[in-house]
Design a protein around this ligand. Structure first.
Ligand SMILES: Cc1cc2nc3c(=O)[nH]c(=O)nc-3n(C[C@H](O)[C@H](O)[C@H](O)COP(=O)(O)O)c2cc1C
Length: 185
């Protein structure tokens, strides 16, 4: 099978990482892949924040869990009450993908960049997981504080994040694909 198609199919969300930090050259290649995503009107409205400080990631996780305690989705509320749960799965590196709030396609553009990051990680033999839970903090009162700590540019909002690291344990199997999701006209 074509190598790109193989990578798209073999990518899985990885939530178990070794403590070993990823290589700088891999991180650079992954970030470059993010920057090569398509964007509406070619706006490239993204900004990437790399976080490798475990104390800060733990604080973001705790603050997000605090916000999630009042989430309308029960699954998220339950995770918030689970002391063992770390929103970034204790990954050694997290990339936050922030987008310019004034640019019309910003969420879609940033989602495209996020997927590129996931695929680049898979291509380089790293484990990765798209993480929204750890950004709940930006829906709460501590948003301004954490935006400052992360040096998020003015007018940008953290939309998504990706946990990155070396895989520990088995790669989970893909769920069966839903059927009847294609119309040919
Ligand atoms: C928008 C979005 C948000 C997600 N947020 C989280 C998250 O906060 N934590 C997590 O562990 N996985 C998260 N995931 C990963 C999904 O749970 C995962 O993609 C899904 O279960 C399918 O598994 P697969 O990625 O292995 O195919 C997210 C995925 C997407 C697309």
């Amino acid at each position: 099978m074509n190598e790109v198609l193989q990578i798209i199919k073999s990518r899985r969300s990885i939530r178990n990482f070794t403590e070993q930090q990823i290589k700088e050259e891999d991180l650079r290649a992954i970030l470059e892949a993010g920057q090569y995503a398509p964007s509406g009107i070619g706006n490239q409205p993204w900004h990437f924040i790399v976080v490798q400080n475990q104390e800060l990631l733990g604080a973001l996780s705790d603050a997000s869990k605090q916000v999630a305690k009042n989430h309308k989705i029960e699954f998220f509320r339950k995770l918030a009450d689970n002391k063992e749960f770390h929103a970034f799965h204790k990954a050694p590196t997290v990339v936050i993908i922030a987008g310019d709030e004034q640019t019309p396609c910003s969420p879609a553009d940033c989602a495209a960049a996020t997927q590129n990051i996931l695929l680049a990680a898979e291509a380089l033999g790293l484990g990765a997981c798209w993480i929204n839970y750890g950004l709940f903090v930006f829906d709460g009162e501590e948003s301004v504080h954490y935006k400052k700590l992360l040096n998020i540019p003015a007018g940008f909002r953290p939309f998504y994040s990706v946990a990155l690291g070396y895989r520990k344990g088995e790669v989970p199997k893909a769920a069966p694909r839903k059927e009847n999701v294609i119309n040919f006209i």
